[in-house]
Design a protein around this ligand. Sequence first.
Ligand code: CTP
Ligand code: MG
Length: 223
Amino acid sequence: MPGVWAVVVAAGRGERFGEPSRPPKQFAELDGVRVVDRAVLTAQSVCDGVVVVLAEGVAWDGPAVDAAVTGGATRSASVRAGLDVVPDDCDVVLVHDAARPLASRAVFERVIDAVRAGADAAVPAIPVADTVKEVERGRVVSTLPRDRLVVVQTPQAFRTVVLRAAHADGPDATDDAALVEAAGGAVAVVEGDPRNLKITTPADLTVASALLQSTAGTMKEGS
Ligand code: CTP
Ligand code: MG
């Protein structure tokens, strides 16, 4: 199916989350629905196809997807494994972290629209709340101008040919847009969602649950 596909990367080990005996953080339940399932369901509601990328030996047991493939040792390798099964006639591809269960449909739509409007790539971003300093060997080297800084999230959207080219030599980066930037591509910035946190530590799950509860409350009040 052509159009817009999403690659949801879920092959990480969740080392910063701790609790090594448990399944990784993306399989944790968040108010009764697993973190990865929330990410996949939102991607599905907006995209024509969804690929989920899993660690070796993990079988997909979530909502029906178009493909489930085995990832690699790094996030970038996992993205490449997903890209490999995205159809050639798909013109926009999204990459999304399974560890971001609260990304809204609106954020997906904003990055897709920016690429459809001509950008090579689009990233959702939010302003930086804290002052950011560059540090070397325990000493401050510089204080960065906060008004020029943003924090970027996923989903990130790409012209499929651009993302395939950016990944062609097997590079490594924590963020796919960085590879497109390095190749000289035009990366648009769209409004991110402050609720779209990435689950990194157990405390993030608590925050995500509180965010879900507060939305449920708002919806009840509004209806
Ligand atoms: N990811 C992946 N393959 C990898 C590494 C990461 O698919 N080899 C995925 C994770 O599952 C996650 C997303 O990339 O959905 C963002 O990565 P991160 O939050 O760093 O997750 P982990 O690498 O699993 O966590 P940690 O860095 O704490 O080990
Ligand atoms: Mg990681």
